[in-house]
Design a protein. Sequence first.
Lengths: 545, 274
Amino acid sequence: MVDSLIKVRGLTIGATVYPANEKPKDIEIVHGIDFDVAHGKVLGLIGESGAGKSTVGLSTMAYGRGGVRITGGEIWVNGRDILHTPIKDIRNLRGNEVTYVSQSAAASFNPAKPIMEQVIEASVHHGKYSKADAEDRATDLFNQLGLPDPETIGKRYPHQVSGGQLQRCMTALALCPGPDLVIFDEPTTALDVTTQIDVLAAIKRAIKETGVAALYITHDLAVVAQVSDDIMVLKMGDMIEYGSTNQIINTPREDYTRALVSVRSIQHSEQSPEGDAVLTCTNITARYRGTKFDVLHDVSVELFSGQTLAVVGESGSGKSTLARVITGLLPPRDGTIMFDGRKLSADLASRTREDVRELQMIYQMADVAMNPRQTVNTIIGRPLEFYFGLRGAKKRDRVLELLDEIEMGKDYIDRYPAELSGGQKQRVCIARALAAKPKLIICDEVTSALDPLVADGILKLLLNLQKIENVAYLFITHDLATVKAIADSIAVMYQGRVKRYGSKSKVLTPPFDDYTDLLLSSVPKMQLGWLENVLAHRKMESAGN
Amino acid sequence: MMVIRIPFVTLFGLFFTALFFLVAIFAPLIAPYSYDEVVSNGFWEPATSEFLLGTDGIGRDLLSRMIYGLRTTIWIATLATLLSFTTGSVLGFLAAVMGGWVDQALSRFVDLMMSIPSLIFALVILSITPITITILIVVMGLLDATRVYRLARAVAVDINVMDYVEAAKLRGERNGWIVFREILPNALSPLVAEMGLRFIFAILFISTLSFLGLGIQPPQADLGGLVKENAEGLTYGIGAALYPAMTIAVLAISVNLVADWVLSRTSSLKGGRG
């Protein structure tokens, strides 16, 4: 009892769901979970979306998000059963003994107040420190977390620091009252890969130096492997496996954990560029209307039919802008686009229907890429009707064929997007693109909103379809694991320029330029001690720092 | 099986809305007399078994005039609302989808129209044109369309940036498809709720115009006109003007209750079907 800071036994959590046209009903979303966290130890909670990670994490503050409530079990914090404690004591626990770091720091900070005021708020409120002491403490923490100008950064407003810095400010906020436990809820998920590594390192160092215990919630096993002592794998509210980090990573017992560990198992042998180029961009320079600086400088890339060109880079590097230029949504200021041997007009409105048909696009958020008021039949059927004049039974038959190609059953044809899972939605979007019989599909971060296992399925599907339909992909992503899995050639973009370009083997073979090195080395690997190793060998700092 | 629980106030609203519409539709069957027939030698007679609400200032049956008046008011308000919605929402959607100078021209024109109080504007137009039902409907419909335009454009601007609209544009779809197939179904909920409210304003507006003498011309009856005709009686302690006035109030409140309910149902968090 004494050495265990958090002791959870038989925790069950319930929620009320409101199915369409039915009476609301209560369901159980977490089914009897046990775990312990000792002082100064870090427990990683890992699982896909809907696994109950955040719900379990927040329950250690006796808190349930909208409509969620703790229905059974025991939660002991510092020897107190917090489920049977008066609300006054719970308030004293929250933001004091147990604190919380959320995924989006930008959404969590009050934009109207300077950072320092918010960082020290809880400490002063709980009477732990005087204002001056709390400010000193916050400055020390800023220093520890490697923030620039620790003396003055607190005077800035949240919009005056970068995303990665703000996430570290939030960590300082959580650590300032000197809590016993910090809940980190996907603290690096919204960050670029090169920024993530800095924040991860800062969090790890801060945990070590302050001796605080932590619950680290993430869907990325490689990330959690770097910071936690123990890992608990959750799936649909059930505990699948619970053990030391070493054991989970190196000798997982359960099939589900093994699947998580071995994710991105796709093997795709690179094809050498041959045949005709389906897309040739030459010296593209572009800027947005009403702005005075170029977001793309002199970009030249080439893509061969039936192959995949991956465009990688951090957010703001110009990847999506390149897609907008190719699709004609943003006419370039300079440069030409050749498509299948003919010159594409710069502006979408002046392109022929054939040009438009042969160049399709798949979006990152399948949710908003489909009209919520149209059924799958209409969504996939519209290009068939629009480009090929198919109607009625013929159209429906072709839609069923396409559903079969994307490995979905016939029953889905009359469903609405809201009645599909995330992965299924993305599959329908793929079918919609395929329906036009395109020569090139632009895939804009198509897997980044999906859980790893689901994303894996989508990538496999895309590769299969490529073999069958001989379609070329321009694959925009920030995820290098995806790139390694599926690309034939790679363009690394940085600040609107192509930094490195060539076949996959060429781009991924040293010697690297500094940026490519940073990017490649920042991808978390599923091995212990990777973080320290990388930080020791880095040549340049990330742009977000 | 759909399980819809309708709150009591909504039932109240639904009941009266339905009642008023049925009366308006079947007016010639229900009304005991014609609207312009002088049925009695007396004036402002009290209610009897023969004249359920008594007679008006020149001896016509008040109940019959109210039934026909309700029919005229609802008819004009419905057509004016439909006109304002078609014009306002189609133009609003187009402005949002096309942007650029189309949007600028339409929006600034609407700003200009809205800067003039609509009652004054209507009075000016109606005082220089012949007053017919068609002109009344057109004037009311177009004046109200400016408000619908603003709402429709605001809703459509949000929808226009969704990826599915971009996907439709990349497919090469024309503006017609984008407006009617991509945007309209998703903008319907706020528009339908707004429609109820605009309908009430149309009723109040036509009643006001008639009360001021620039709406429906006698001997035709409408609710506002009936208030005006019988207002004189109030001086002598005769309440004939109160019946049409109360009808306006009950009609406005009932439709409002229904519109509120529609709004709360359609804006709640739900899946695709709804």
